[in-house]
Design a protein around this ligand. Structure first.
Ligand SMILES: Cc1cc2nc3c(=O)[nH]c(=O)nc-3n(C[C@H](O)[C@H](O)[C@H](O)COP(=O)(O)O)c2cc1C
Length: 185
């Protein structure tokens, strides 16, 4: 595979287009590599650096991995994301299973981070966390807090639940699209 470099604005456009359909955030601790679907994310500039801000509820397995290894990749498909992948990576916890093998996803080593890219979701942002902040739902308009933080939903529930989000500001240290080399599928 070759890594065709892309600009921040191309990364932002591709993320904005595909976030509503589901993109992946991949994290790693040792041998454990895990992808979760994210529907929220912000590409921009913080502290003079290109940043992808991801919003991960405190109870997600991904949160544990990010707190152990402060690197992640963002993985975006070129067209409609695979339904089974969105359902498994967006509905099951990686604590209990190897979601990548269940979904038939193939890893490609990261170029500058320890976390791999995903061949089937080839648009890749390699990110290193420079800041994290637990959100306070009490600072949100009440209607938003009620809608997105239902207190009767346990932390283990894969959809909206009582947990606040942690905002992870990942400096984008590399951005590219994985493309097959000549003769490679
Ligand atoms: C379309 C879609 C978008 C989602 N967006 C987010 C998100 O931005 N933040 C979040 O914490 N969970 C989000 N989720 C839920 C997680 O993907 C889900 O809870 C997943 O099972 C977490 O995996 P993990 O426990 O292996 O980290 C989304 C799910 C779907 C289906």
């Amino acid at each position: 595979m070759i890594r065709r470099k892309i600009t921040l604005s191309e990364a932002a456009a591709r993320a904005a287009e595909m976030l509503p359909k589901g993109i992946l955030l991949t994290s790693r601790d040792g041998d454990k590599v895990n992808s979760m679907v994210i529907g929220w994310g912000t590409v921009g500039v913080n502290w003079g650096r290109p940043v992808f801000a991801a919003y991960v509820r405190t109870g997600r397995f991904t949160r544990e991995l990010l707190d152990k290894n402060p690197e992640f990749t963002v993985n975006i498909s070129l067209d409609e994301p695979d339904k089974q992948t969105v359902s498994v990576c967006g509905g099951k916890s990686g604590r209990d299973m190897d979601k990548l093998s269940i979904c038939g996803l193939h890893t490609v080593p990261g170029e500058t981070v320890s976390v791999p890219a995903i061949r089937e979701f080839p648009v890749t942002l390699e990110c290193r966390i420079i800041y994290r902040q637990v959100q306070e739902p009490g600072m949100l308009p009440e209607a938003v807090a009620d809608r997105y933080y239902p207190q009767d939903k346990e932390s283990s529930f894969a959809g909206s639940n009582r947990d606040p989000h942690v905002t992870y500001f990942g400096e984008i240290v590399n951005a590219y699209i994985l493309e097959p080399e000549a003769g490679e599928k």
